[in-house]
Each structure stands twice: as C-alpha cells, then as structure tokens.
Design a protein around this ligand. Structure first.
Ligand code: HEM
Length: 106
C-alpha cells in the first residue's frame, strides 16, 4: 500500500495543470502548499465554489481521511465543487499523492 512520496510526485502530474504544490500560488485551482491541516475552501486569494466554502464552514479539514475520500470522488464528496477532475481510481495513487503533498505542509 502507498505512502510513497516519490511515486506521488508522478501522480501529481495529473493535478499540475491546475495546482501548485510547493509554492503559495493559485492557478485554476488553489495552491496546495500547506494543505494538510487546512480548513477546506480557505486559501487566501482563491475564488472557491460556494460548495467548497460550505464544506469548510461545516468543519471539513484536509487530513489523510478527508483527502482520501475527496480524491477518489471529488464531486461525490463536495457536491457542487468546481474542481473539474474525475478523481483517482487506485487507492495506492491516492495514498502516494497525499504522501507527496505532506512534504509541503507543516
Ligand atoms: C480544489 C486536490 C486535480 C481544480 C482542490 C482541493 C484539493 C485538491 C485538496 C481543495 C483545496 C482547498 O480547499 O483549498 C487536487 C489533487 C488533484 C487535483 C490532489 C490531482 C490528483 C485538479 C485538476 C483541476 C483542479 C486537474 C482542474 C481541471 C481545482 C479547483 C478547485 C480545487 C478549481 C477549487 C474547487 C472549488 O472551489 O469547489 N483540489 N486537485 N484540481 N481543484 Fe483540485
């Protein structure tokens, strides 16, 4: 089972068109630097969907558990999200990309 950050960097190729992982820079999607432990929909300067901001107001914080469900099925977990990505099918890819993102979080 996953948790391989080097593999996760390869999985992150699927996210790169929209996200930066290692700098505080918003693109089509919000910066994912410092993601772990952050409340959903709260990165400064990014215009989120109402759905993502509501998820955060409802208490959703990005950790291993919430990211695992969201990355498998973004639109199922945050109904109305504007993230135009179908999700990752493989459990290992999800675990590896989370391990990769953890490197850029406190
Ligand atoms: C939001 C991760 C692929 C566009 C998010 C959030 C996470 C995430 C964790 C919530 C961030 C927050 O609350 O600050 C990922 C990962 C991806 C991926 C790990 C690849 C596996 C993509 C792609 C696109 C995209 C390919 C563009 C086609 C967005 C947008 C949002 C978002 C627009 C804001 C959603 C909203 O406000 O409803 N992403 N993403 N993401 N992502 Fe992605």
């Amino acid at each position: 089972f996953g948790q391989d950050a080097a593999q996760g960097e390869k999985v992150f190729a699927k996210c790169k068109a929209c996200h930066v992982s290692d700098a505080d820079q918003n693109k089509i999607g919000p910066s994912l630097k410092g993601l772990i432990g952050r409340t959903a929909g709260t990165h400064e300067g990014f215009k989120y969907s109402a759905a993502m901001m509501d998820a955060g107001k409802g208490g959703m914080v990005w950790d291993e558990a919430t990211l695992t469900t969201y990355l498998h099925d973004p639109k199922g977990v945050v109904k109305g999200t504007k993230m135009a990505f179908a999700g990752l099918k493989e459990d290992k890819d999800v675990a590896d990309v989370i391990a990769y993102l953890k490197q850029f979080s406190p």
